[in-house]
Every structure is written in structure tokens, then in C-alpha cells.
Design a protein around this ligand. Structure first.
Ligand code: SF4
Ligand code: SF4
Ligand code: SF4
Length: 311
């Protein structure tokens, strides 16, 4: 990977990757502009953030980006939507076997301070700090999306490093959405009301989403919005979430960044999973997996096989 980046760098304005943050458990985005920056690049279970969120604001520059499978789906979807220019993007892909969820890791191993090393073996995560060595089953501490990752390898890449990995079969017989849908409508509504009472309208979920591209035009922060006010109460917060879900219908690449970024630990992935299940059933496709496929919501067919006509 490092060699490929070094060779491509003279033709690029920058390459986006990850480097170690303040300790070995926290990776932060790395902006590679010079050959010596390449040495700071890391790949591994702490490379959590999707760097694709940076790309729309870098339009006009020639940018390289290091991508896991889920990150590459966001890039592919942005390319499909003509929000990026393929000639301006170089993809450095790799096969990813999972990233850590800091929230889950802390629940299992407790607070971890000044971590000096994080290593993943086949099915364990080993963390070392001045307090000693702690380890956990990787499935207990990884991001939930990794438990049944169907796209571990970069979907599209100009350079691919390392072996291609097999998709993971679902770890459980039912998805979180299927389990949630077993509840009655009243129970589901009460659940979301409780969750939305905790929302502080910080917009971290929106800002972390690589597919949410309106940015400073977002109607949720408009001074003159006709759809949703900026009040932080359950109904307005839920309205904001529903707007986000609708704007992501057929476009959400299930990267989980919205849920990861939420400081209140609200299970936003459930809402996105519902809309994704509906659009996948209607259009028989998963967002961000085929750069050439037409966009379902911008494609007209005289006969839609999966949509019933009304009289
Ligand atoms: S969902 Fe797949 S590609 Fe994304 S971080 Fe998890 S294992 Fe890696
Ligand atoms: S809505 Fe969430 S899961 Fe979907 S693309 Fe945006 S950040 Fe990823
Ligand atoms: S990140 Fe969480 S708390 Fe912040 S606006 Fe989104 S749902 Fe609300």
C-alpha cells in the first residue's frame, strides 16, 4: 500500500489515509501531501472513520483515498450520482476484516488509557497499556456492521493491497431490524420517542455521513425551514431523522458512520436499515456496489415489476 501511494503521490494533490492518534487505540485521518508523510499511514482495526466524507469538499483536486469495503461503497455511490469525477479520484483499496467499536470495547474491557498497542489475531483483540494486557473476542468489540460484512474488499480500486477476503456470513439468524420489527407499532413508536428525547441536535450523525452532501444548505439548519425547526424536542428531532432517512433512501451504503458518531449512542442504524431494506427489495440492488448501474430513483421504466400501480 505504502509503495503504491509513494509512486502515485507526485500526480496527486493529497492522499487520505489514517495515522495513529493520541494513543494506539485512536486513529485519526492522515492527509498525505509529501513522501515522508506516507510512513505515518496505518491500516488495521482502529481505522474506523470513513474518509469518503471528505471527498465532496475536495472536488477539483486530484485526490487519492485509502478505502475499506464499506468506505469504497460510499465513493462508488458518489461517483454514480456524479457528485465526484472519477478522473480526480485514485482509490487505494484493501481487504478489511473488521474495525473496533470504541463504545463496545469500553463496555467489555472498561476504560482504557494511553494504549500502547492494539493487535487483532484471528478472532481476538489484544490491547496493551501501562495497566497491563487485556483481550476480548473480536466479535464482542467490533463495529456491529462488521459482524456480517458482505463487502470486505474495496468494491472499486486503482491499487489493491493484500489478499481479498471472503464476505462474512450473518452471525445471528435475525438482523437487528428483524428483531425490532417483531415489536408492535406502539412499542416501536415508544422506543423512538424515548431515543429522540435524548437527541441533542448536534448533527454529528449528518456530518459523519459520506452520502449527506447538502452541508450548509441542509434544511434542518435553515432559519426559514418549512419542514423542521431547530428546537431540540422529540418530535422535531425525529422529523430531522426522518428527513435524513428519506434523503438517503436508496443511497445509504450502510457504513454505520451516523450511529458511530452519535454522542448519545442512539441506534440510528435501525432507521437506515429499514429504508435500505425497502429500497433493496424494490430495486434489487445495494447502494454503492456497482459503479455502472443506473440510479433507481432517477430511472424511469414504463413497467415497474416491484411497484404496484394504483387505479
Ligand atoms: S463493514 Fe466490512 S469493510 Fe467495513 S469496516 Fe466492517 S469489515 Fe471492514
Ligand atoms: S445514513 Fe449512516 S449508514 Fe447510511 S451512508 Fe450515511 S452514515 Fe452511512
Ligand atoms: S448525532 Fe445523535 S444526538 Fe446528534 S443530532 Fe444525530 S441523533 Fe441527535
Amino acid at each position: 500500500m505504502k509503495q503504491s501511494i509513494r509512486e502515485a503521490l507526485p500526480g496527486l494533490d493529497l492522499v487520505l489515509g489514517w495515522e495513529q492518534g493520541w494513543d494506539a487505540l485512536h486513529a485519526t485521518p492522515l492527509f498525505i501531501r509529501k513522501a515522508e508523510d506516507v510512513d505515518r499511514l496505518i491500516l488495521g482495526p482502529t481505522c474506523v472513520q470513513s474518509l469518503a466524507v471528505q471527498l465532496p469538499s475536495l472536488k477539483g483536486k486530484k485526490v487519492g483515498i485509502v478505502v475499506k469495503g464499506c468506505d469504497s461503497r460510499a465513493v462508488v455511490q458518489l461517483l454514480r450520482e456524479r457528485l465526484l469525477d472519477r478522473a480526480e479520484i485514485i482509490l487505494f483499496g484493501f481487504g478489511c476484516d473488521g474495525v473496533v467499536s470504541l463504545k463496545r470495547l469500553t463496555k467489555v474491557l472498561g476504560d482504557l488509557d494511553s494504549v500502547t498497542s492494539v493487535k487483532k489475531t484471528d478472532d481476538r483483540l489484544v490491547v496493551e497499556s501501562p495497566d497491563g494486557r487485556r483481550e476480548a473476542a473480536f466479535d464482542d468489540v467490533c463495529a456491529p456492521k462488521c459482524l456480517d460484512c458482505a463487502w470486505p474488499n474495496a468494491v472499486e480500486s486503482d491499487h489493491f493491497a493484500g489478499p481479498r477476503l471472503e464476505p462474512r456470513p450473518p452471525a445471528e439468524s435475525k438482523t437487528a431490524l428483524e428483531r425490532f420489527e417483531e415489536k408492535s407499532l406502539d412499542e416501536r413508536f415508544a422506543f423512538w420517542k424515548r431515543e429522540m428525547e435524548r437527541c441533542i441536535r448536534c448533527y454529528a450523525c449528518r456530518n459523519a455521513c459520506p452520502m449527506c452532501v447538502c452541508r450548509d444548505k441542509c434544511l434542518a439548519v435553515s432559519r426559514n425551514s418549512k419542514f423542521v425547526s431547530q428546537e431540540a424536542n422529540p418530535s422535531e428531532s425525529f422529523m430531522f431523522q426522518l428527513i435524513h432517512v428519506m434523503h438517503l433512501a436508496g443511497r445509504c451504503v450502510s457504513c454505520g458512520e451516523c450511529e458511530r458518531a452519535c454522542p448519545m449512542d442512539i441506534p440510528l442504524g435501525l432507521l437506515r436499515a429499514q429504508s435500505t431494506a425497502v429500497t433493496e427489495e424494490l430495486f434489487h440492488e445495494q447502494a454503492g456496489t456497482d459503479p455502472e448501474a443506473p440510479l433507481p430513483l432517477l430511472t424511469f421504466k414504463t413497467d415497474e415489476e416491484t411497484i404496484e400501480e394504483r387505479d
